[in-house]
Write a protein that binds this ligand. Sequence first.
Ligand code: AMP
Length: 298
Amino acid sequence: MVLGLILTIFEAILISKNLEIFNNKQTVHSYLEKLRSQGKSIGFVPTMGALHNGHLSLIEQAKIRTDIVVCSIFVNPTQFNDKKDLENYPRPIEDDIKKLQDAQCDVLFIPEVGEMYTNNEQWSIDLDSLDNILEGEIRPGHYQGVTQIVNKLFDIVDPDFAFFGQKDYQQFMVISHMVNKLLLRVNLVLCPIIREKDGLAMSSRNIYLSPADRQNSLALFKSLTLFQDLYKNKDIDQLKTEITSFLNAAPGIELEYFEIFNAKSFQPASSKHVGSVIALVASKVGSIRIIDNMIIEN
Ligand code: AMP
């Protein structure tokens, strides 16, 4: 009985430690190519690390759908338009590795910047104005940087499926656009937003919120639940006006945008239509930017 228990624990440790870690792109590419030639499907979860349950939910989805789950951790400099944000981005590598082992992720690709970029590399893709609105307007060049790195990572990993969070819905729309435009073979999967118990969407940057800002940050989720509650009985203009004034009155919130879009076309919704509608909110809370969204199916 005791021996059985010890063996079970030992097995669990052995299984959980089975994470292959690579920092060289050719090596990970060849490793995955071999598995693919054996008929294994590859699921990919690109991240910037500082992993939380939101990231781990993507790993979980990938494990359900594919044979081999690959996670990448790379804090991509070309998508940061704020140097301080890049420098301060959390990098708890040992914790991340432990979380990936516990989640039974198969492969971690964790390259240095020099492995991914040569000097003065150029990249430009027409994103059909998706990169000029909302996040793209506030963070010029951000989505060019995102597509540049995701395209490189897709090339290296060559996944059958790649998993992204609804938390960054505009990013998902941008990457879908790139996949269609460049005729990439990957299938994209959108996964739900994972939240703290009180509703705050999980994010690697949340650890930098002061206790007061952490409390104030709840206004974003509240604005989205208000949107959900009022949706049936108000038109789009009324919803925008009421929720924007709610956010403007919330303490510690420096609102950047609250918008209501058609979730399929990703254009502003002028009236209620058949299909899904998404409310998107972005705000500074103290010195930290927070984004969140909610989709309503009509
Ligand atoms: P990041 O490390 O912030 O680049 O995020 C990596 C992936 O995790 C992206 O696809 C994000 O949309 C996703 N993600 C981040 N936060 C959450 C969350 N709270 N719930 C679900 N997915 C998330």
